[in-house]
Write a protein that binds this ligand. Structure first.
Ligand code: HEM
Length: 117
């Protein structure tokens, strides 16, 4: 979309909603947005409310109150998951990314305890 102010007619009864994933997959904000890159947010404006580069926890007056707790839990979970288990994809499946990311069918993965080294 161009940066000029666009005019739209929204039919009566329609619901208008923000699709945060559109921001997160915007290649003008994130280089190679589909690449796995945990450092993609480094140097970006992550301050809320009002960040236009990270909207996973919403923004404005309804900003997620549990975002710090969620981030902490995810960091602890991912650490234990990758250090305790081996995992591999058994059956790939397509990811739909808009309006939010979801698997179109079951993503089958094999998980086993890492053998002691
Ligand atoms: C990865 C985990 C989470 C994600 C992605 C997430 C995402 C969001 C989003 C997008 C909103 C804004 C909804 C809106 O605009 O109406 C929201 C609101 C909220 N979240 Fe979360 N959330 C997460 C975890 C949590 C946790 C762990 C808690 C509580 C311990 C929590 C409590 C809340 C509450 C109470 C609100 C409503 C805030 C308000 O309306 O004033 N969330 N969350």
């Amino acid at each position: 979309m161009s940066k000029s102010k666009a005019r739209y007619t929204i039919p009566a009864g329609w619901i208008v909603a923000v699709a945060p994933s559109v921001v997160h997959y915007n290649s003008e904000i994130y280089e190679n947005p589909l690449e796995f890159n945990p450092w993609r947010w480094e140097g970006k404006d992550l301050q809320s409310p009002g960040s236009k580069t990270l909207m996973v926890f919403g923004g404005g007056a309804r900003q997620c109150i549990g975002s710090d707790l969620a981030r902490l839990h995810l960091a602890v979970f991912i650490h234990h998951f990758v250090t305790t288990y081996d995992f591999s994809v058994v059956q790939e499946c397509e990811i739909c990314r808009v309006p939010f990311p979801f698997f179109t069918k079951d993503l089958v993965i094999n998980i086993s305890l890492k053998s002691p080294s």
